[in-house]
Design a protein around this ligand. Structure first.
Ligand SMILES: Cc1cc2nc3c(=O)[nH]c(=O)nc-3n(C[C@H](O)[C@H](O)[C@H](O)COP(=O)(O)OP(=O)(O)OC[C@H]3O[C@@H](n4cnc5c(N)ncnc54)[C@H](O)[C@@H]3O)c2cc1C
Length: 476
């Protein structure tokens, strides 16, 4: 069986489905293929103001009110009550030391709250990706995209002026005749494998892997810390209604609270820390999870009565990956298929949405020119450089909270500036050209982060391994 489409999107995560929907709305013949089946177990993720801006632009441009609803907690609760979400007022960071309860004195040296929105109505949201992704697939189908799940990609090759995608679907061999292919398969990296796109030579110089799950019965951390005697001055929002980050010697943990009480949590384990003796090595994910928490008494108390929901705690391999290019003849990758580093500053949803905006812009009217694909590629590579440098610096800096605070402020200052710039200055042309949609603005972040990283390496080399930071260590 051969099927013919203008555009075929591989991977029905929220980003692939959204792109398929937008192109179908513009009258393109679109096929969306997914190897899995929705709804499926997936992460909880926290959104940001830059992601909200993209959603609002897309909503206005394509007349899709649900996208505007996803951009703000109040609207989401009213207009999409069937999709579970959580209130996210900002980014909360706590620095823990092994064997010690969360500090009861000098809390400000171990706690940082970065406010992102002034109230719950306009606040960002925690996304339960299982729900959001299912919704996005339904909307893609409603817009006219053809959708095939349990689809196995077997091969891709050029076929004259088009591409041929071979697959297995419903027990049969199928061939897709595609005018253009978009790889939205994330870590699946389907086209990079099919076309032999190499890994970027300057691979990220840090390495983390993930233990994650959804839990019920997790107590709010601020409440537990206060019970242990910590004095937590009132912040701009309640500590737990945020993307909560616990910085640990082994790496860091995120805890995202949903409005129904579910907490999606993950431990990002730094391979360098494990190599130099911190806990969390191999073995059963649940035992590894407990081994890390057992070193941090206040965190352990917060999870003491918690129960992981099915399918339990899962583990991944190394997360960092980056390919040399994001485009080729008649194909392109979405950002998170091209590169992924670490979710420490929640940059993923916003970046994915920028990618959707850009590709929708060039694909909605026909085949993109090689010039527009080169431009897309250059933007993605510049943005990947920035994230890579920033995250490498933040990873090293997490061991000294004062340095970490400085590195983060640089990021938050740039993100806030970019948000303001887009809100105040971008005209209608922002959605008409690839370059105007989210400019690569963080050049200084990349440069400064690289310098900091260099200095951090020097400091770390001259001192002890993980476990003894913070006190007596000043970074200049
Ligand atoms: C631990 C972790 C936490 C994160 N937290 C945040 C956060 O808090 N905030 C944030 O902004 N970002 C976060 N991110 C980043 C975020 O996950 C990405 O930005 C987002 O997933 C991109 O969505 P996507 O639809 O592009 O890809 P994905 O969600 O990865 O979807 C890919 C889809 O492709 C399918 N697929 C894979 N291989 C194939 C194949 N061979 N054939 C067909 N289909 C295939 C998969 O089944 C899946 O449905 C996090 C990432 C990780 C790993």
């Amino acid at each position: 069986m051969t099927m013919r489409y203008d555009v075929t999107v591989i991977g029905a995560g929220f980003a692939g489905s959204l792109l398929a929907r937008l192109l179908a709305l513009r009258g393109r013949a679109v096929l969306l293929v997914e190897r899995d089946v929705h709804p499926r177990f997936s992460l909880g993720e926290s959104s940001t103001p830059l992601a909200a801006l993209s959603l609002e632009r897309l909503s206005a441009r394509y007349q899709q009110p649900d996208l505007r609803a996803l951009a703000a907690h109040g609207r989401w609760r009213r207009e999409l009550p069937g999709l579970r979400c959580g209130l996210k007022r900002g980014f909360t960071f706590y620095r823990h030391r092994p064997g010690e309860p969360f500090p009861t004195t000098q809390t400000h040296e171990a706690r940082m709250l970065v406010s992102a929105s002034p109230d719950a109505e306009v606040a960002d949201c925690q996304w339960l990706r299982a729900d959001v992704d299912t919704h996005m697939v339904q909307r893609a189908r409603a817009a006219g995209a053809d959708y095939r799940d349990r689809f196995e990609v077997v091969g891709v090759e050029p076929a004259g002026e088009r591409l041929r995608l071979r697959g297995r679907y419903g027990g049969e061999d199928v061939e897709i005749d595609a005018g253009f292919l978009v790889d939205a398969s994330g870590a699946g990296e389907v086209l990079a494998r099919a076309f032999g796109v190499e890994h970027e030579a300057s691979e990220p110089d840090f390495s983390s892997r993930l233990l994650y799950g959804h839990f019920e019965g997790v107590r709010p951390f601020a409440e537990v810390a206060a019970g242990d005697g910590a004095t937590l001055p009132t912040g701009p929002y309640p500590d737990d209604w945020a993307a909560v980050h616990h910085l640990l010697d082994e790496g860091w943990m995120y805890a995202l609270r949903f409005d129904d009480g579910l907490v999606s949590a993950g431990l990002l384990i730094d391979d360098a820390a494990v190599a130099s003796g911190a806990s969390a090595g191999g073995g059963d994910p649940e035992l590894r999870w407990r081994a890390v928490l057992s070193r941090y008494p206040t965190l352990e108390s917060a999870f003491a009565g918690a129960r992981p929901l099915p399918p339990g705690i899962r583990a991944t391999g190394r997360l960092q990956r980056r390919r040399r290019t994001a485009v080729g003849e008649r194909w392109a990758m979405l950002p998170q298929t091209f590169a992924f580093f670490d979710p420490l500053f929640s940059t993923g949803l916003a970046w994915s949405l920028l990618g959707v905006e850009r590709l929708a812009t060039v694909l909605e009217t026909g085949r993109p020119t090689s010039q527009s694909l080169r431009e897309y590629d250059a933007l993605l590579r510049a943005e990947a450089d920035q994230q890579q440098a920033l995250l490498a610096a933040a990873y090293a800096a997490r061991l000294d909270f004062r340095v970490f605070r400085d590195v983060s402020f640089l990021y938050f200052a740039c993100a806030s500036f970019e948000e303001l710039r887009q809100r105040l200055l971008d005209g209608a042309d922002a959605v008409d050209t690839i370059r105007a949609i989210g400019r690569a603005r963080f050049g200084r972040v990349a440069r400064l982060s690289r310098r900091w990283r260099h200095e951090l390496d020097r400091v770390v080399r001259s001192g002890a391994g993980p476990g003894s930071r913070d006190r007596g260590r000043r970074f200049r």
